[in-house]
Design a protein around this ligand. Structure first.
Ligand code: PRP
Length: 191
């Protein structure tokens, strides 16, 4: 069984503390509340990584909104994107004429976002934008630039606050750097 000590031993250190995350989430929530006043807002959470961010974000937003979820996967159990985005589960909400904000935990290569923007545009939303907690700054296409970014982070593999390695570490309250030896030899796609 994994206990807190074992969790800590897998980590190189904290990159963004729980307190800093909460402060930034509050700012993003204020921006969204201001920008989507009088709009027909639907937040689309990309599972599984965005679940904790989305749950904190919406509780600080003070306007009517709906939430729905789509489950995508491109990392399997590895640390690099396979580039092939798989849809595991789709949306139940009609997005036609609605103001849609995609909520992501992280934008890294941008493959997931490119796939999602293509897919959701076909549902004819009135507007479509992106709010991500983390961005690695690897996306050069301006069409993929998220309107709302919590933090731009370096090219390290991070876990916690929804982000996983091989489905673990999502429950850490901070965003932390995983020790490379934890995933050494495990690159690429693994189910
Ligand atoms: C992660 C993350 C984003 C995506 C970003 O999802 O939640 O959706 O990768 O990476 P990209 O910009 O390189 O495409 P993952 O496939 O690991 O699934 P998860 O949300 O279940 O962790």
């Amino acid at each position: 069984m994994t206990n807190r000590t074992e969790l800590d031993e897998a980590l190189e250190g904290v990159l963004i503390s729980a307190e800093a995350i909460q402060a930034r989430v509050a700012e993003l929530a204020s921006e969204l509340t201001r920008d989507y006043a009088d709009k027909d807002l639907v937040l689309v959470g990309v599972l599984r990584g965005s679940v904790i961010f989305l749950a904190d974000l919406v509780r600080q937003m003070t306007l009517p909104l709906e939430m729905d979820f789509i489950t995508l996967s491109s990392y399997g159990n590895g640390v690099t994107s396979s580039g092939a985005v798989r849809q595991i589960q789709g949306l139940a909400t009609d997005l036609t004429g609605r103001d849609v904000v995609i909520v992501e935990d992280i934008v890294d290569t941008g493959h997931t976002l490119a796939h999602l923007l293509r897919t959701l545009r076909k549902r004819h939303p009135a507007s479509l934008s992106v709010c991500t907690l983390l961005a690695k700054g690897n996306v050069s296409d301006p069409a993929l630039a998220p309107a709302y970014v919590g933090f731009t982070i370096p090219q390290q593999f991070v876990v916690g606050y929804g982000l996983d390695y091989a489905q673990k570490y999502r429950n850490l309250p901070d965003i932390a750097i995983l020790k490379p030896e934890v995933y050494a030899g495990q690159d690429g796609e693994h189910e």
